[in-house]
Design a protein around this ligand. Sequence first.
Ligand code: PAF
Length: 284
Amino acid sequence: MIDVIDQLDALRARVNAWKREGLRVGFVPTMGNLHAGHFSLVELARRYADKVVASVFVNPTQFGPNEDFARYPRTPQADAAGLRAAGCDALWLPSVEAMYPYGADHAVRMHVPGITDSLDGASRPGHFDGVATVVSRLFNQVQADVAVFGRKDYQQLAVIRYLVRDLAFPIEILAGDTLREADGLAMSSRNQYLTAHQRSIAPTIHRVLHAMRAAWQQGTLRSELEASADQALRNAGFVPDYAVIRRPDFTEPVDGEGGALVALIAARLGTTRLIDNLEFDFGI
Ligand code: PAF
């Protein structure tokens, strides 16, 4: 049984009842069109909580004017069935009015500084303000003890952690590993936009990330390996937004640097923008 809730007072009553019983509440925010990657986040939440709430809300404030808000796939029935099967206890389906009582254009907005200046923050102006704005609202609505976000959205995860620490949200953040298709393509709702030909090219992103990691380990200069990655993506038919190696705080590592690093790619295939990343650490 999954409780489908579309009124805030009903959500509050449900979560408060659980809390009165001393139960720990987990939360998985999503934009719907759920796939195995999302369900693995629900399963992770279940390991750290007694009850799990998922939300489905295609958030208008995180899409740019020329992005895919209108065509973003909406599959509410399949989402509810999948969440039920994954062991989710409640599905929160807020309306735009419930999320933005003054309207999306008159909403109080969040802005996480610094780490949103580069990469997706630069390619998609305002995107992370929209994410931080909606996630703050979702946290206030659901009042969960723990929330789960996917590592595929590496920069988003950093934005959420910054937000939670800076505003002292009483919630623990967990990161779920990226689920991949057999050929390495990271699972994403946007994969279904791809034509058969584009789908056959798409795993190149994963291969290039591994090549970047190997080149770093071999001591290749960062400028060279980033240029080669960009070229490899272009040769395959992508238009890259970026293909870079960064520290976890998104600053640029010096050549040969050890410790925790991440290779990040965002690239367009036709009108579809795909992102992926690979974390690595070769020690000092
Ligand atoms: O990762 C997503 O699906 C969205 O950015 C999120 C966190 C649900 C906010 O709308």
